[in-house]
Each structure stands twice: as C-alpha cells, then as structure tokens.
Ligand binder design. Sequence first.
Ligand SMILES: Nc1nc2c(ncn2[C@@H]2O[C@H](COP(=O)(O)OP(=O)(O)OP(=O)(O)O)[C@@H](O)[C@H]2O)c(=O)[nH]1
Ligand SMILES: [Mg+2]
Length: 399
Amino acid sequence: MLGWFRKKKKKDPVEGDAPVEFETPVGDTDESDRTEEELPAHPPEPVAPDTPEMLTSPEASPEIPPEAQEEAAEPEESQAEQASEPEPQEKPVSVLKRLSQRLSRTRESFTIRMDELFLGKKEIDGELFDELEEILITADLGIGTTQDLLEQARKRIQRDNLSDPQTLKEIIKEQLKGYISGDGNQKELSLPEDEPFVVMVVGVNGVGKTTTIGKITRKFLRADRSVLLVAADTFRAAAISQLKIWGERNDVRVVAQQEGADPSAVVYDAMSVARSGHYDVVLVDTAGRLHTKVNLMEELKKIKRVMHKQLEGAPHEVLLVIDATTGQNGISQAKLFNDAVGVTGVALTKLDGTAKGGIVATITRELNLPIRFIGVGEQVDDLRDFDADEFIEALFTTD
Ligand SMILES: Nc1nc2c(ncn2[C@@H]2O[C@H](COP(=O)(O)OP(=O)(O)OP(=O)(O)O)[C@@H](O)[C@H]2O)c(=O)[nH]1
Ligand SMILES: [Mg+2]
C-alpha cells in the first residue's frame, strides 16, 4: 500500500482536545464516493515542430496534431470517449468493476481468450500450452516471463500430477500474482516529516509525464499536502504552459523559466523555493528529449545532482513514466533510464487504451521495479495506486 497519500498529521492540537491524527489513505477510495468535480482532460496544446533527439514514443506523439490523433483512433476505442463515459446515476460501479472496465482491452486479449481456450478442454496437453504461450506473448508478458510462467506451470502439473485444465488456469493466475506482488510492490512508503518530498518524473516524450504529475498533485492535495510543481522540461514552451495549466487547475505554484532555459537552473531555484516555502511535496517535470546536443541522460543526471546538492535526501523518488501501449519498447526505455538515474518507481500510463497489460508483469519481474501508479484514462482521477491483488482480480473478472 502506497503511503504517500496518508493525510498529514495535525501538529497543533487545541488545548484540552485529544490530538487528531488522520491516517486514512485517500485518493483510491471508491470513485462513486467522489465529491469533487471531475476536471476535463488537459486541452490540446499548440505543437511546435521539433526534432526527436534520441528516444521517441510511437503513441500520442506531440508531432501529431490532436485532430489527426483523433482520426487515427477507432471511434469505439477512443480514449477520450472512454474517459468521459457517463457515470451510471443509480447503481454505483464498484472500484474493481470500474478498473476491469478500463482494462477491457487487455481482458479481451488475455482473460477472455484464455477462457475460450479452456472452454471444452478436457485435458492438459502440448497444444494447450502452445496456445497459452501465444496468448501470453500477445498480452505483452514478454518472452522471458512467458517462458518462466509456463515452465513453472509444467513443473507444478507434473509434481502434483494434475490433469484438470481449470487447475492450470488457476496456477497461471497465481503465478502472475506472484510476479507482480513482489517485495518492492508492497512496500509502505511514507513522506519525510521535516523536508520536502521530491519526486523527479522522467520518461520518453508523450508517455504522460505532465498529465501524471497533474493527477498526483490532486492526490496529494486531497491528503492536505502542499505541492510545488517544477517545469524542468524546457524543451518546448508548450510543455511549460501545459504544466502551468495543471498548476492553475490545482491552485498550486509552478516554478518555471522560459523555453530553452537550463533545466538544472530551474531545479536549483525550485529547491530554494521548496525549502523556504516549507512545501511538503515537489514534483519535477523533465523532458523526454532535448533541443541541444546534450545527451538526455546526462542532462537528467545533472538535474539529479543539483537536487541532491540542495537537499541531501532528494530526489526521494525517481518516477519513470512508461506508456503501456508501447509494450516491450517501454521496457528497453526503462533500462536506459534506470542505468542513468536509478529509477525507484514506475507509473504505467494508458492501460485503458491497450491490450498489452501484461507489461505489468515484465516491469515487476524483469526490471524488478515497483509500479506505484497505473493510468487508466485522461481525467484527473484516472490514476490509481497500484495494487497487485486488485489488478489481478480486475483482469480476471468475467461478466
Ligand atoms: N488514455 C490515457 N491517456 C493518457 C493517460 N496518461 C496520459 N495520457 C495522454 O497522453 C498524452 C500525452 O501526455 P503528456 O502528459 O503530455 O505526456 P508527456 O510525457 O508529458 O509528453 P512530453 O511533454 O511531450 O514529453 C495526453 O494526451 C494525455 O492526456 C492515461 O492513463 N490514459
Ligand atoms: Mg510533458
């Protein structure tokens, strides 16, 4: 359980009153309980022509005008439509049901295909394993994880002398849960009490860094934490204004300079503001590519060094944002970022728009990185604290 969004303890109890402590995690409660208005997805931003430097994300590339992106999307698959689905008025949709709806494309390619495969099967044979392998690879579980999973399943079947295909299905479910609920994923994470909690958000362009920052800001505000945003993506003027829009929406301060400014200088200023203003949380947006010939990874390392010099514990978290629709490509990106700046957690976005949800298991098993959040839509509340059990249940829900 992610402890970031526990409400801040009240420090000055009124005399005579028992001290009030808020320990309830907030942010991922049943969305039917929500009282706050849903904010619209951030508006399409003006796009400046630019040259990708070293890494690009094939999805939602800022080079593609929003209209063209809309045209390219199949109408029934439109993320915007999914995100703005009308809420049922009378019957509140449970958290699990809602999540499983958002994961519908992965469920179709994985759970539903698996159900069809097992339907009518009377015995476990080689053919069943071959077809299973194909399903797992299509869901982007990755070759390594798929093979490990099938090998473990074969061993179990032999060892326990099992013959019922339904048991095999249960074994797969258990095995998947094992991969994604590793140690790192269940760690309780708390915020430092006496200094700002600094999160450096990194990732390739277009993966959803700025949007995720906007969503996380809202979660922290609900937990009574003050938030400072930092526009260290100085690559495009639009990137800076996009963060400022999120700042306005959430009514929080944004430290920014002009386009093309040295991102480390922005961060330097921001750390002083954070300390003097006693901010609880600092969220730093970084670029996915650069306008100069400076290597992106070198630039990120520099930003990290500057933060650390200003505040010893910072960054407390290097949050890598991965776009789930990029599948195994996202895994290669993760390795590069991890080698350069030491990623400590992952936010996996756009799970609502992809059949490649199996990437969750690859991230946790092969990269051994904890997934902190999953993005399941464009709205401010479409960011969930990742919970392995809940995720597996939602994935295997059949209705
Ligand atoms: N469907 C869906 N869309 C998302 C999600 N997260 C982000 N997006 C969309 O992805 C697009 C890119 O998001 P940004 O936040 O601008 O990505 P970025 O990484 O900051 O991009 P750069 O600033 O260009 O590096 C936007 O249209 C977002 O609304 C998600 O979880 N689901
Ligand atoms: Mg951005």
